[in-house]
Design a protein around this ligand. Sequence first.
Ligand code: KG4
Ligand code: ZN
Length: 343
Amino acid sequence: MKILAIETSCDETAAAIVEEKNFRPVVLTSVIASQLAVHAKTGGVVPDLAARLHTEALPRVLQEATKHKRLDYDAVAVTVGPGLIGCLLVGAAAAKTVAAVTGKPFFAINHLEGHIYSAWLPSVRETPAPELPALVVIVSGGHSELVLMERHLYYQHLGSTRDDAAGEAFDKVARLLGLGYPGGPAISELARRGNEQEFGLPVPLEGEETFDFSFSGLKAAVVSLVGKLPKPLAAHTRADLAASFQATVSRIIARNTARAVQSFPEIRSVCLVGGVAANDHLRTNLERTVKQARPACHFIVPPYEYCTDNAAMIGAAALFHHLFGKADNWAGVTVDPNLKLGA
Ligand code: KG4
Ligand code: ZN
């Protein structure tokens, strides 16, 4: 089974063809047309503009992903939420049209489910596939979730963010430090030259027995700290702020992950996914935490290119729908900007 997948939920226009081999998705093509350069000018995603850019980019992205019709596929999949409504509609209209005119099976995929199944995409290091039950840590621009997955396509919510998402906090602090959008890569670059011990920042919900996250208090602490420092901020101070902030985000995520691993002894793997999973400090810190909490537990992160939004992960999720679930009737599918996982 080869699946043509489309992802347009936010600011990346993406298409991919993914094939199943031994219960593992193999990426045949993956094309991403990024709108980042356009949105960097406004410091964030402008929804109407993003939707228009998807309509302009998608036909060529699809041409490239199908190698100008030389590559065939057996089914089509698309992200139907959560995301920006106008953006979701562009991808859904294209995918439904393909299904309607070819009669091929159609899979409606939740964007978060796509991030989850990015952990099954093989890396160049031939990492093993996650073993179930798995704990999935989803940290992206719009979400921070801890999900327990006992079997394929079944998701139990353990915790989510009570305010900002992890990536959102990176983006906001980056703006405060005068860095561009998106903030995550810029902060991690700056943090390389900084000292993470320099500024003590609060770890929200520290005393609470919860799997929830909170990042807005941390962001507010950085705002207040910057307010008290002499301006303009010295280069080393900005680097120390970036490093201290990044280390605290990492600590917050590691604390909840360790708590979940200790609470559910059946967990065999921990998967770190979503845009923020591209952060090296977090990857290293979380791997160490998981190995300390349970040495037998596998720790899995997708290759960098499948952490931020892409269509290969949507194709991967659709393959598991094909293997363990069923196809959807395209005529009855609508997009939902607030779609919940498992809905
Ligand atoms: O998964 P994603 O592409 O989009 C959503 O589904 O939201 O995640 C985008 C987020 C942005 O907030 C971006 O700043 C963050 O991921 N990000 C990073 C890094 N690369 C991207 N955050 C921290 N470190 C990075 N290296
Ligand atoms: Zn995403």
